[in-house]
Structure formats: C-alpha cells, structure tokens
Write a protein that binds this ligand. Structure first.
Ligand code: HEC
Ligand code: HEC
Length: 339
C-alpha cells in the first residue's frame, strides 16, 4: 500500500530550504526523508506502521549474528553500511556455505520499492525480509525468536516497539522498519536542484545534461530515485549457456519476451556499490556506464529503448562524474547489539 507523506513534512521542507539552500538539510530523525526525496512515496505496510522504536530494534537485529542458523552471520554479512549496504563482491556466500547467483544490492531507499529483488519476485519489504532471513541466513524463525527472548534487553525492546515478544512476525516487521529508514539523499545533485549552483562540478553538470539528454539514461533511471521501478533486458549474462532469465522465471506463462529482464537499479550511491549488474560481472563504474551508453549487450530480447549513443570517452567520464554526485551524505552509526 502506498502512503503519501504527511502534509506537514512537505511544508516543513518548503520552508526549511527556501531561504538558504546551501545550508545542509541533514536530518537525524530516521522518520524524516532527506533532501531530494521529499516527493517520493514510501511504500508502507498497513500492518506495520513505521515507528522510531521498531526501526531502532530492527537496526540491532540487522547486525546480530543470532539471526542466522550458524549464529555467525548477520544481514550485514553481505550488506555493509560503508558500501551503501552492498559487499564489494560479485557474488557472496550464504550462511550455509552455498554461493549466491546474484550480486548483493544496496539497502538505500529500498523502502520506496514496490517490487523487490533483481527479478521483482517479492511484492513487499516484509515478504522480502522474511525470505532473505531464511534463504541467506539459514534461519529457523522459532529458534531465533527463543534465542532473542532469552536476552533481557531484547525482551524489553520488543515490548516497547510491539507490545509483544520476539516472533517471526515481529522480527520481520522490525527489520523492514529499519530498512525503510535507510534513505539516501542530500547528494551534491540534490543540493544543486535545491538551488546551490556550485554543488556540481562542470564535469558533473555536463554529465547531468548528457544523462537527461543525448545519453538517454533518464528514461529508465528516473529521478528522484533514479529508477523507474520497471524491468528491462539490457543483455547482462545472456550469452551464457543457461542464462539467469530474471523476471521471466516468475512469470506464470514463462513469457519469452520477459526473458533476461531485471529491475532497473537505483543509481543513488552507485559509486559505492560495485561490482555492477545483477551478476556483479562488471568491476568499475566507468565500464558499466560505457556498456549502458553503448546500448547494452546484444541478445534477442534486448530492450529497444537502449541504443548506442555514440558518446566520446570524455563524455563517459562526465557521466561518471554525475553519477558520483549522486552519493548521499547521511552518516550511519552502527548499533550496539545487546549481549
Ligand atoms: C549471504 C549474503 C546476504 C545476506 C547475509 C543477506 N542478503 Fe540481502 N541480498 C543478498 C543478495 C544476493 C540479494 C539479491 C538476491 C536476488 O535479487 O535474487 C539480496 C537482496 C536483498 C533485498 C532486496 C533489495 C532490492 O533492491 O530488491 C533486501 C531488502 C535484503 N536483501 C535484505 C536483507 C536482510 C534483511 C537480511 C538479513 C535478514 C539480508 N538481506 C541478508 C545477499 C544477502
Ligand atoms: C531501458 C532501460 C535503461 C536505460 C535506458 C539505461 N539503463 Fe542502466 N540499467 C537498467 C537495468 C535494467 C539495469 C540492470 C541490468 C542487469 O543487471 O541485468 C541497469 C544497470 C545500470 C548500472 C549498474 C548499476 C548497479 O547497481 O549494478 C549502471 C551504472 C547504469 N545502469 C547506468 C546507466 C547509464 C549511465 C545509462 C545511460 C547511458 C543507462 N544506465 C541507461 C536499465 C536502463
């Protein structure tokens, strides 16, 4: 279910940045969106209204290895805060020792997505978190709930947040609440948009013009989230013998036209989230930009929106400079996990 931001939030945004846009609008309150995301609608759950108490508890749980089958891996085992909650690896290894087949995506701004995972198979953040907890961490929810119930600090935190003890439902709801507060904005680009004309370098500004114009990126990487939240085939991995078919695997009719479609990823914080694409096959941002500006990789289902834009190497560098200006300035303080 989609909920628009309360009017008071949009009004306070208007008044706070009308006078001096250069003053950083860094917000400490996890429930208030950063500059640049005021107009984006957070996708919330009617069963799980967002509160600061749930988000603070979810933050502890995200970093707590008690959540895993082995007792050794937390969600942060693959989603590192300093890399915009990605892990710098092409493919990661799960708690059970098996390898993932897809690259760990950022957690920044996941609260704005209505379909999650690279193929969109999860229809809610709660659904995604419940699945990731079991698949990545090999968790048995009842065992983990019992383990947490034995820790007095957790018993109190669950009571304060939910008026209920740790359970599969409350653990999932707390984690999803925390993720909804991981919002990345107030980047150089957002400050530029708010009127601070020197926020972007000349190269980044030229890159922005290319992004919105000749390079055609904005069709799919649409502001403010820099994703249209849709699925496209850009050709990554499609030359393999048994390619990952992405969104087609989840289509009841196995629609061949959907073969190889993956979710358009956000480009906010993209400078920190390499290696790139759903299989982590491209190491650097410049190579990834070159591939996209060159029209993707040829295959029978490639999206017709992609074309070789004929950009020079200098123009590719300008696009990279623009993407670097999409890094948010939020500070993240890791939680103290209860002992
Ligand atoms: C072993 C590595 C690993 C661990 C641990 C892990 N994840 Fe992930 N996460 C991934 C990978 C890989 C994907 C992409 C899978 C796909 O798209 O099929 C992913 C995707 C996600 C997504 C979807 C994001 C999007 O943009 O669609 C969310 C949300 C998420 N993980 C949350 C969590 C939570 C919460 C935990 C802890 C309960 C967790 N992850 C633990 C590797 C991991
Ligand atoms: C037709 C829609 C579409 C257009 C146009 C498009 N992209 Fe993308 N982009 C995607 C999709 C979908 C992916 C993910 C593909 C995958 O991993 O299989 C992606 C991935 C990326 C990535 C990797 C991000 C990550 O987190 O792994 C970068 C960087 C990127 N695009 C930049 C650009 C640039 C720069 C342009 C313009 C030259 C552009 N894209 C044009 C849809 C598009």
């Amino acid at each position: 279910m989609r909920i628009l931001l309360p009017l008071s939030l949009s009004l306070s945004f208007l008044t706070s940045c009308s006078s001096d846009p250069a003053k950083a609008a860094t917000v400490d309150d996890p429930l208030v969106p950063p500059r640049g995301l005021e107009a984006a609608a957070l996708v919330t759950s009617a069963d799980n209204p967002l509160t600061a108490a749930k988000a603070a508890l979810g933050k502890q749980l995200f970093f707590d290895p008690r959540l895993s089958g082995s007792g050794k891996m937390g969600c942060n085992g693959c989603h590192y805060p300093e890399q915009a909650f990605t892990d710098g690896k092409a493919l990661s290894v799960k708690d059970d020792g098996k390898s993932n087949t897809r690259n760990s995506p950022t957690m920044h701004n996941v609260g704005y997505l209505d379909r999650l995972y690279w193929d969109g198979r999860a229809k809610s953040l709660e659904g995604n978190v419940g699945a990731a907890w079991k698949a990545q961490l090999g968790a048995k929810p009842e065992e983990v709930a019992a383990r947490l119930a034995a820790v007095p600090a957790y018993t109190k935190a669950f009571q304060d947040a939910f008026g209920a003890p740790p359970s599969e439902t409350t653990i999932v709801q707390a984690l999803a609440s925390f993720l909804r507060t991981l919002r990345s904005g107030d980047s150089a680009y957002d400050r530029f948009q708010a009127g601070q004309k020197d926020a972007l370098s000349a190269d980044a500004k030229a890159g922005m013009d290319l992004f919105q114009g000749k390079a055609g990126c904005v069709i799919c990487h649409t502001p403010p989230l820099f994703t249209n939240k849709l699925f496209h085939n850009v050709g990554i991995g499609m030359s393999a013998e048994n390619p990952d078919v992405g969104a087609a695997a989840k289509n009841a009719f196995d629609d061949p036209a959907k073969k190889g479609q993956f979710k358009t990823p956000t480009l906010r914080d993209v400078a920190k989230t390499g290696p790139y694409f759903h299989d982590g096959s491209v190491a650097t941002l410049k190579e990834a930009v070159k591939l996209m500006a060159g029209g993707g990789l040829a295959n029978p289902n490639k999206d017709p929106l992609l074309a070789d834009r004929g950009l020079t190497d200098a123009e590719i560098d300008q696009l990279v400079a623009f993407l670097e200006a999409l890094s948010g300035n939020q500070k993240f303080t890791p939680p103290v996990v209860p002992q």
